[in-house]
Every structure is written in structure tokens, then in C-alpha cells.
Ligand binder design. Structure first.
Ligand SMILES: C[S@@+](CC[C@H](N)C(=O)[O-])C[C@H]1O[C@@H](n2cnc3c(N)ncnc32)[C@H](O)[C@@H]1O
Length: 449
């Protein structure tokens, strides 16, 4: 028998089996800590993560808005984003949506299958199986859009296979196992998917950027835009407008279209990734290029299955960031351009009640306005529940607070600017059997010159 070559006995060479033997226990340890939420002494999950994979070079890169923007925003990075709105969580949620929707669909099918044979025949005759099939197809269409949102984000933030801010090569489709593991591990935030927020973003595609959303937009945008149209057209490009909590950006875009130098600022990556999907020529080139079925998942209050499962095309117009239209992904409360008092207008739409400290919010709006500057507000007072908001004020109290902060409310005699109630909906399915109607309040207030 031939003697076996020496290197076969060479214990110094690392084989994949050796690597696995080292990695597996460490991985097991990591996940045990993670799921039991144990962080003993120095051996924290992040330390173990770094032992295994090394330290990631840069976790938070500036979002690549430059291809679509000449943004001069002060800091268009991930400043002060809370974990539940983080980039990680948003991408993970957009990525996870197809699988979670599929699981939901499978559960509905199992539920239907538990009916007796006779009832299933009746269900079949009613078209229920066709409806479930329609739901599956609708979710496939949704999945295509949502994967593309996540894919673009990975490209723009260069968080692809490289995983270290240098790559970005996996623009479309799913992630490899290696990238997925790193994705899960290289994080400080919670990345559990939030399907609710993805669904909310789909509804915002419709409310903000579809023909179908026009009526709803008209009711809430028009009072604001009427005020903005009062300024002479020539002077507008020298006037700065801030739209905090800009969501999917339509109002800010409309304001920019009037000629103002407009900055949209939005905290949630669930919103800004969806907006980026529209802003980028990589993903959106023509009007009505995309379709979503935003109401398909909810069979309640449905007048007809055709209505519920309907697809809605968007965008009705193709938005682009430009010299006078900027996007900041960050916290309005920490937004402090070079100096305070730099905006001519601050426009808040369905925004002030999202604040956990309404006093800080009003004070900050005041601080950001130039003397003589204008604050336009339209929205309800739906405070964040669970005692998260430090104070949950009534309309009377908010108005009194505005005066305390030293805002001056426009008077009754001013037809365009007077305070009034606006009945409106928010990302509603207009065909449904249920309506959530807001009696939102509109006002215009100025900072004394
Ligand atoms: C109810 S939504 C309204 C969005 C948009 N104004 C509209 O009408 O479609 C409130 C938005 O404000 C954002 N937001 C909340 N607090 C914020 C903050 N401190 N800075 C920036 N955006 C914030 C939320 O992420 C959310 O997108």
C-alpha cells in the first residue's frame, strides 16, 4: 500500500470541517444569547459577531441620493432614526413581505379546507377559492414591487453581498445565505419584519402617487397649496419650505413644483425607501409603470372581491429630486441647518400628533422659522398611544400651546388662512364598507417679525 502523503496528516491546515467545528458552537452561543436576550459581561452578541466575522468597516453610509438629487441637505444620513424605523428593519420588512404574505395566504387556505365538504362546495360555488387564488396573485404582484424597493435600497446604500458598505452588487432578488447571516448579525437594531408598515407604504403609493388618490389628496393638499400660491411666483425660489414627516413626499413635491426651495424630512425608512423607489430612474421611469394591490390582504368591509383585489397603478407623475427639492432621512427634531430660523414656511400634514413631546415639536417649528415665517398645519390629534406621548393634548390645548410658543394664528377674516375643520380620510380604500373620517384641523400661524 502506498504511504499516505504527509500533508494528509498535517493538522495545521484548516479544513472546512475544522472551521465548522469552531463556527457552529459560536453561532449556537450567539443565537442563544440573542434569543434569550442574555448579554453577560464582555461576551455580548456583538463581540461574538465581531470574533466570527470581524468588525464591519462602515455600517451607516450616506444614502446615495446624489444620482437623483442635488440635495444640499445638512446631513442626509441616518441621524437619530429609532430602531423601529431603521434602514435595517425597513429592508428586512420589504424583503420578508412576500414570504409572510404567502404564509398568511396558506393559513387562509387551511382555514377554508377545515370546512365540511358540503360547505367547501358552497364556498366554491360562491367563488371563494377563486378569491383566494386572486389574493395569491395579487400578493405576487405586490411582492415584485416590494422586492424591488428593498433591492434598490441595497444598491443605493451599498449593503449587498459585501455587507460592509463597499458592495451593493446584489440589487435585485433575494440575498445569499452568507449575506443574510451578516444582515442579521451586523445590527444593533431590531430587524424583526414589520409587515404592517410595508402595507402602510403600499397605501401611501396610492394616496400620494396615484390617480385614485387624487380626491383624498385634493381635500388635504388644497388648503395648504392655496396659502403657498399666495406668494408671488418670482419670489418663491428664494423662499425655503420644510415639510417634516413628509411620508412618501407628494405634498413636498407639490410645494417644490410651485417653485419653492423645498426640503422633505422623514424619519422612517419604511417611507423613504418607498419614496426612493419612485425617485430613482433605476426603478421608475414612466407614469403608471407599477401596480400594487394594497387592499387585497383584508377581506373585511369588502363590497366586492373585484374591488378588494383591484390593482392600482402608480405613480401618476414621476417625481425626481432637483435643485429645489431635497430629501433628508432623519429626525426633524434634531434637524438644525447651519443656523436656526432658516425657513420661510414649515408645513405639517398629519404630523404634529406623531410627536411624543408636542411642546418640543412646536418650539422646534418656531425655532426653524425666520421671523415673519409661516407655519401651516393640517391634521388630527391621534397621539401615540400607550402613554408614549408625554402629553396628549386636546385641540384647545394645542392652540393655547401655539400661542404660548408665540405663534400668531391667522384671523377669521382671512378666507384662505383662517382656522377651520377639514373632513378627510387617510389612505382609505374608497370602495370599502367602512370609513375612518377625520375632522382634521387646518390653521396658519406666523412667527412675529
Ligand atoms: C401620519 S404620517 C404622515 C405622513 C405625511 N405627512 C402624509 O400626510 O402622508 C407621519 C409621518 O411623520 C414621520 N415622523 C414622525 N416623527 C418624525 C420626526 N421626528 N421627524 C421626521 N419624521 C417624523 C413618520 O415616520 C410618518 O411617516
Amino acid at each position: 500500500m502506498q504511504p499516505r502523503p504527509d500533508h494528509d496528516h498535517n493538522t495545521a491546515g484548516l479544513t472546512p470541517t475544522h472551521l465548522l467545528a469552531v463556527l457552529l458552537p459560536l453561532l449556537l452561543l450567539y443565537f442563544t444569547f440573542r434569543f434569550l436576550d442574555l448579554t453577560p459581561g464582555l461576551l455580548t452578541p456583538s463581540v461574538i459577531r465581531d470574533i466570527i466575522f470581524g468588525r464591519p468597516r462602515s455600517r451607516s453610509r450616506s444614502p446615495n441620493l446624489s444620482s437623483t438629487s442635488n440635495s444640499n441637505s445638512s446631513n442626509p444620513t441616518t441621524n437619530s432614526i429609532p430602531p423601529y424605523f431603521s434602514l435595517h428593519r425597513a429592508i428586512a420588512s420589504y424583503d420578508a413581505y412576500p414570504a409572510l404574505a404567502l404564509a398568511e395566504h396558506a393559513a387562509m387556505q387551511r382555514s377554508y379546507a377545515r370546512l365540511t365538504y358540503a360547505h367547501r362546495r358552497t364556498g366554491y360555488a360562491l367563488g371563494y377559492t377563486r378569491k383566494l387564488e386572486g389574493l395569491r396573485r395579487a400578493e405576487e404582484v405586490n411582492a415584485g414591487v416590494l422586492r424591488a424597493v428593498a433591492g434598490l435600497a441595497r444598491v443605493q446604500f451599498a449593503w449587498g453581498e459585501g455587507g460592509d458598505g463597499e458592495g451593493g452588487e446584489r440589487g435585485e432578488g433575494g440575498m445569499g445565505l452568507w449575506a443574510m447571516m451578516k444582515w442579521v448579525m451586523w445590527r444593533e437594531e431590531d430587524v424583526r419584519p414589520d409587515v404592517g408598515r410595508v402595507r402602510e407604504a403600499m397605501k401611501h403609493f396610492v394616496r400620494d402617487w396615484s390617480e385614485e388618490g387624487k380626491e383624498e389628496r385634493g381635500k388635504i393638499f388644497e388648503p395648504i397649496l392655496r396659502v403657498m400660491r399666495q406668494s408671488e411666483e418670482e419670489g418663491r425660489k428664494g423662499e425655503k419650505v420644510l415639510v417634516p414627516g413628509s411620508g412618501l413626499g407628494r405634498l413636498a413635491w407639490e410645494v417644490a413644483e410651485l417653485g419653492y426651495d423645498t426640503t422633505a424630512i422623514e424619519l422612517s425608512y419604511f417611507m423613504t425607501l418607498a419614496f426612493r423607489f419612485l425617485l430613482s430612474p433605476q426603478t421608475t421611469q414612466t407614469p403608471n409603470q407599477h401596480t400594487v394591490h394594497p387592499y387585497a390582504y383584508w377581506f373585511s368591509h369588502s363590497r366586492s372581491s373585484t374591488n378588494t383585489l383591484r390593482g392600482i397603478s402608480f405613480p401618476d407623475v414621476v417625481p425626481r429630486l432637483q435643485n429645489n427639492f431635497h430629501l433628508i432621512e432623519g429626525d426633524f427634531l434634531t434637524h438644525n441647518p447651519s443656523q436656526n430660523a432658516s425657513y420661510d414656511y414649515v408645513v405639517t400634514l398629519f404630523f404634529i400628533d406623531t410627536s411624543t413631546n408636542i411642546i418640543s415639536t412646536l418650539e422646534h417649528i418656531y425655532a426653524l422659522l425666520k421671523p415673519g415665517g409661516t407655519w401651516i398645519n393640517l391634521g388630527p390629534l391621534l397621539w401615540t398611544g400607550g402613554a408614549q406621548a408625554r402629553m396628549e393634548l386636546s385641540l384647545e390645548e394645542v392652540l393655547e400651546l401655539a400661542e404660548t410658543v408665540e405663534f400668531r394664528m391667522a384671523g377669521e377674516e382671512d378666507e384662505v388662512r383662517r382656522r377651520r375643520t377639514v373632513e378627510c380620510e387617510y389612505t382609505a380604500d374608497r370602495t370599502a364598507m367602512m370609513k375612518w373620517l377625520y375632522q382634521a384641523e387646518f390653521w396658519v400661524a406666523t412667527k412675529p417679525a
